[in-house]
Design a protein around this ligand. Structure first.
Ligand code: NAD
Length: 283
């Protein structure tokens, strides 16, 4: 099935970004959340980003208006019940995602695709909440959605091949490059990226080099656009630590155990950019 309309649950960082790229690609997009204030915040973010693109000459004003006209909002799944694809981008807890997925499966057409943007929960486990789990998969966008080219399409144990194919086609329609991943902790990118960030933290803790020199080393020596420690500061050191703990637990391998320095910085309230300091000082 070719996706022409999408219903996104969650108007936060990820959901609003997904709605924006879908509407910019010409799809009808509905964004739902639990209260008007969250919808308003999500819409304000979309308008601001599109407005900046117009100011910079990357988008014409008519295209911005047409994009915004393709977006509708609501407070329940029923606001977009005719959508071809549902993507939940709600907070990362089963208690929130479960009723949302159950309701989407009950309200949407039986042939509609249903997807999760989860970063760390098992797609096969979430599929258990969807009547017709063969139409369910992960569609894992990266943050910030409008800027990041990659999407991981995650195949759960029950996901049909046709679902993976339709999800990949949707990603291409919205201008992204999909990779197909079997459901497993961290999928591909976080599983490889976070141990590297952890290794950088361990190297710093062992006095191998300064934080600035570690980052310069990886930028100039491995051609990374950003050093691993600056990236950890951007993600948030609390989130970085939590992701490593999940990998350690779910993969059952202590090579993913967070470096003690990460725990010390988090305990000291140094969470990275969002708190003003982490490996580097932003104040
Ligand atoms: N932030 C990231 O870098 C990132 C990257 C990739 C994937 N993800 C995943 O995307 C999902 C969303 O993350 P986020 O960073 O956008 O979170 P967020 O907190 O910015 O946004 C979540 C939104 O969902 C809303 N919400 C809560 N309950 C809801 C419900 N029942 N129905 C509809 N909306 C509801 C909240 O009000 C909030 O506006 C999570 O699963 C997360 O793991 C996040």
């Amino acid at each position: 099935m070719k996706v022409q309309s999408v219903l996104v649950a969650g108007a936060g960082q990820m959901g609003a970004g997904i709605v924006q790229v879908a509407a910019q690609a010409g799809l009808r997009a509905t964004m739902i959340d639990v209260a008007d204030e969250f919808i308003a915040k999500g819409m304000a973010g979309i308008e601001q980003r599109l407005g900046r693109a117009v100011d910079k000459g990357r988008l014409d004003a008519a295209e911005r208006d047409a994009t915004l006209a393709r977006i509708t909002t609501g407070l329940d799944v029923s606001a977009g019940a005719d959508a071809d694809l549902f993507i939940e981008a709600a907070p990362e807890t089963v208690d929130i995602k479960r009723p949302l997925l159950e309701r989407a499966a009950a309200v949407l057409r039986p042939d509609a695709l249903i997807a999760t943007n989860t970063s760390s929960l098992s797609v096969s486990m979430l599929a258990g909440f969807v009547a017709g789990p063969e139409r369910f998969c992960g569609i894992h966008f990266f943050n910030p959605v409008p800027a990041m080219a990659l999407v991981e399409v995650v195949r759960g144990a029950a996901t049909a091949e046709g679902t993976v194919a339709a999800a990949r086609e949707f990603c291409e329609t919205v201008g992204k490059t999909p990779i197909t991943v079997v459901d497993s902790p961290g999928f591909v990118v976080n599983r490889i990226l976070f141990p590297m960030i952890n290794e950088a933290a361990c190297a710093l803790a062992q006095g191998v080099a300064s934080a600035a020199d570690i980052d310069t080393g990886l930028k100039l020596g491995a051609n990374f656009p950003m050093g691993p420690l600056a990236l950890a500061d951007l993600v948030g050191l609390d989130t970085t630590k939590a992701i490593l703990e999940t990998l350690e637990r779910d993969l059952g391998d202590d090579r993913y155990r967070p470096c003690p320095l990460l725990g010390e910085l988090v305990a000291a309230g140094k969470l990275g950019r969002k708190s003003g300091a982490g490996f580097f000082d932003y104040r």
